[in-house]
Each structure stands twice: as C-alpha cells, then as structure tokens.
Ligand binder design. Structure first.
Ligand SMILES: [Fe+2]
Length: 357
C-alpha cells in the first residue's frame, strides 16, 4: 500500500488503523471484478488539468508550458494501451482552463491541450466536463470562459471541424454511463458557490449567483427523487465536500449537499480542486469520496497530514480509473506514468474495501 508522501510512519499507521476499523464494520465484497474485466464499463478521470506553467503576456504560444499535463496525458494513454482498454468516457472534473483562454471558443488551447493531448483514437467516448473556479475567471477580461466552454460543446466541432467529444450541455446536468447499456446515473453539479452571505462582489467573485445556487439545489433534489433505475448513483463537481488537501472541507457543500448524499445513499462523489489524489470513506457516510485533482496543475501540500481520515491521500500527479459492472464499482488512482497507487471497491450493499492492484 502506498504511503502519504510526507507523512510520518506513526501517522500513517494511525490512518491505516482508522481505515481498517471502518472497513471492518462493513461486509467484505463477495467478488471483485478483475481489473481487466471486459464486461465492465470504464472511464478515465482527471481534474485540474488545463494548466500553463508560464503565462505569456502575448497569450498562448511561445513561452507557455504544460509539461505536467502532458506527462499525465501520456500516462493515461500508456495505461489504456497496456490494459488494452478503450474507455467508454472521460470525466473531466473541472479547472479545465487555468489562466488565459485567448480567443475563447476559438483559442488554440482547445486543440493543443484537449483534442490532441487526449486523442480520439485512444479516448473515443464523450468527455463529460464540469466547471471549476478557474473556469469562472475572466482571463483575458473580455473572455467569459464558462460561455466559451458551453459554446464549444454546443458547436460539437473542434478546431479542425471534426466532431469534438467535449460534453457540457449546461452548468449542471445528468448523464447515464456508459451511453449504451448504462449502469450508472451521473449527476454533474456546479460547485462554484457564492459566499455564505450571498453577496457577490462583481469582478472579484466569479461564481453562481444566489438565484442559480437555489435553482440548482432544487434541481439536484428533483434528480435524487427520481426512481433509481440503474445500479449506481454518482455525483460529481469540481469542489470536494471533504478534503485532506489545503482547501479543506467545504462548509456550503456540507450544509447543502452532504445530507442529500447521505439520505439518497449516493455511491460515489467525485471532485478535484485540491491538486492531489484522495479517497475518503468517512464513518457514518454511505458515500465514497474520491478526489482526483492531479491532472497537470502544480501539486499541493496535504493539509491534514497525519490523520484521522482516509484511507488514502497523496501529493502526486496522476489520474483515476473507474470500472463498473452491475455488482461492483471500483476506482483506482494511477500516477503520471499510469502506475497503480491505490484503489477502492464497493458492492451494491455499500460494503467497501481497498484493492490490491
Ligand atoms: Fe479549483
């Protein structure tokens, strides 16, 4: 089992024991689908990926660099090739465009940092995306990146006129995964919340408006109240509800969303935002929380180093692999070279366990 990169042995043991105690309370999985299960549906997942190490004052081009993103993207392709895996979809957990998006929907970054880095021959399925805090920033000031991302999906075409896999029909939406013979209902939310006092400082806070926040929450409840026709239910958004990273727990999401995740026994909540990889299985919470925010942006130092919460957190570039069958849900974290770091599996009764590989 991998260790926290900057955690003492004592704290790691403490964390492991806490995890073991939580896992012992659950029923063991009767049978986990093997990693290469051809009958499973597969998605590769990454967050916080559209990064530029150097922002050129002339915009994207010379002087711009996204080396870490490129390394993770190559690792995804290597992982898929090694496993002879053609994922059914990509889940992109937000912060798609850090910094400038010169030209908006016509920016050259679309080709260089999306279409070509995650090529359609390796990843032919839809790329379900969502909005992060950096997507809300107006950079340059005359470019609304949210509108550009919605427009890019609306056109359905990439820079070369070929169909794009970029999928963002609205700020919040649902999809069934995989598209053919679906096994999982996915609810995508916009977690860019206004300040708790509801005040919006124009030009400073780039978030949903309070009215949009209320509209989305009502819609979210409606979605959860729908008859559950598929084996698995997942919610995803850019911001984590709980995190051992520097952003920590999110008070608004804990107030508004956590009770719903609990009441409707959502299987999986996926987020990015903290630039690391995490799995949180909290006592009393039926939902497994997976953080995958290591797709290219600078890594963060874990905040709760040492910890009482787990079972896993690591400051490392990488991505995640979701596989689902009618009876098993598995998520694995992989590093930037596609090497296995940690994995967790769930059965339909909500029993969880770590995976050996
Ligand atoms: Fe973020």
């Amino acid at each position: 089992m991998p260790t926290l990169s900057s955690t003492s042995r004592r704290s790691f043991i403490k964390q492991t024991l806490a995890w073991s105690a939580a896992a012992a309370a659950a029923q063991p999985l009767a049978a986990l689908a093997p990693r290469h299960d051809a009958a499973a549906a597969h998605a590769l997942i990454l967050g916080d990926w559209g990064y530029l190490d150097k922002l050129s004052t002339q915009g994207f081009g010379a002087g711009s660099d996204f080396a870490a993103q490129g390394q993770v993207a190559r690792g995804m392709r290597h992982f898929a090739q090694t496993d002879n895996l053609v994922p059914d979809a990509l889940f992109l957990l937000g912060d798609s465009w850090y910094g400038e998006l010169p030209g908006g929907v016509g920016s050259p970054r679309w080709r260089a940092q999306f279409e070509e880095l995650y090529p359609a021959d390796a990843f032919p399925g839809p790329a379900y995306t969502m909005l992060g805090n950096h997507d809300y920033q107006y950079i340059p000031a005359d470019v609304n990146k949210v509108e550009a991302e919605l427009e890019y999906a609306r056109t359905g075409r990439g820079p070369d006129g070929k169909p794009t896999r970029w999928t963002l029909p609205a700020r919040w939406y649902t999809f069934d995964f995989p598209a053919k013979k679906p096994l999982m209902r996915c609810i995508v939310l916009d977690s860019n919340m206004p300040k708790p006092d509801g005040q919006v400082r124009h030009g400073v806070d780039f978030t949903l408006t309070p009215a949009q926040q209320a509209e989305q929450l009502a819609w979210f409840k409606q979605q959860l109240q729908r008859p559950r026709e598929l084996p698995w239910l997942t919610v995803m958004a850019h911001h984590p509800v709980y995190s051992n990273g520097p952003h920590g727990d999110h008070p608004v999401l804990i107030r508004d969303w956590a009770p719903l995740l609990r009441d409707y026994k959502v299987d999986l909540y996926m987020a990015g935002h903290d630039h690391d990889l995490q799995v949180l299985q909290l006592e009393g919470e039926p939902t497994t929380h997976v953080l995958s925010g290591a797709g290219g942006a600078d890594l963060y130092v874990l905040k709760r180093d040492g910890l009482d919460r787990g079972p896993y957190a690591q400051e490392v570039h990488g991505f995640s692999h979701l596989s689902v069958t009618p009876t098993s849900l598995q998520v694995r974290h992989l590093d930037a070279d596609g090497r296995y770091l940690f994995g967790i599996g769930r059965d339909r009764a909500g029993a969880v366990r770590s995976l050996a590989s």
